[in-house]
Write a protein that binds this ligand. Sequence first.
Ligand SMILES: Nc1ncnc2c1ncn2[C@@H]1O[C@H](COP(=O)(O)OP(=O)(O)OP(=O)(O)O)[C@@H](O)[C@H]1O
Length: 331
Amino acid sequence: MTGEGAHEAAPPRVTHTEASPGDCSIVARGLTKRFRGGQVAVDDLHLSVPRGSVFGFLGPNGSGKTTTIRMLLGLISPTSGACEVLGRPMPGGLASALPKVGAVVEGPAFYPYLSGQANLLRYDAADPKADPRTARQRVGAALDRVGLGAAAGKRYRAYSLGMRQRLAIAGALLGPRELLVLDEPTNGLDPQGTREVRSLIKEIASDGTTVFVSSHLLAEVEQMCTDIGVMRTGRLVAQGTIAELRAGHEPRVRVETPHPAQAASVLNRLGLARVRTGEDDVEAELGGHAPEVVCAELVGDGVAVRGFTVVRPSLEELFVGLTGEGFDVDG
Ligand SMILES: Nc1ncnc2c1ncn2[C@@H]1O[C@H](COP(=O)(O)OP(=O)(O)OP(=O)(O)O)[C@@H](O)[C@H]1O
């Protein structure tokens, strides 16, 4: 069980089957950050990010995502608690873990009059561990990986917003990485740029790189992530795979009919769960049943079907319940 604490707030609803620490790229135990002035930005955070996952770190603005990321990367120290990145305790293991971690936290400042390639060469040169003899090769490979090979010579100021973000991600991919950490990578992007970055993240993850991506956009996370952690005012209120988070919120079928009892017996016979009979309708959990088969069975049994609806609760609905507020689902 994760996300527990002796806190008085509503107990976290955690649906996660915890991966063992060895299978995780990031593990946080009781991670807490209290800023000067007393504000607790992150409160007793227990987090397990499975290796190879695209982990969506989701939460409304101000819920503590960036503060968590900064602690994970050793940029600030936790007030209490501990975290491990790629099996190394942070911040002590920074030197051995960080070369395998690429991160875009605050977008790197690129020079507008330099090309994407020249910018990355400068960026690479700032890394004392990077071998200057192979810089061009590294930069070229990173540009190709984010789909900017053809635009390598173009000035940064001529790049679209999506290209700029892809260049920032290329900067994080100048070496072989096991973990990529992206803080709100589509923030401020237009729909085209958002699509570019989203498909790039999927592409990067396809070779086994773990991607930890924060976002306040539920729809975005739902589209590209395999796992999700949900933050609310500094606390993790849920984490798990999308399927785990959906469990217990199965799609339901609603049949409008003048023969509710007969319809209910068909649904029971087919094995649908939680059949509820109303005056002129019947509802049940659809489970793994194909709606068209259910409908055909009803009709085959002589049930007059006036209406047949499949209701699927969206993650949005689930998370509004968890976080007490909605997400900006449309971006
Ligand atoms: N250096 C700081 N000093 C004091 N308070 C801070 C500091 N940094 C963040 N906070 C506060 O901690 C809380 C969490 O902020 P954080 O930036 O981690 O949230 P977030 O989920 O990343 O939100 P956003 O998407 O808006 O950045 C906020 O209330 C913020 O005002």
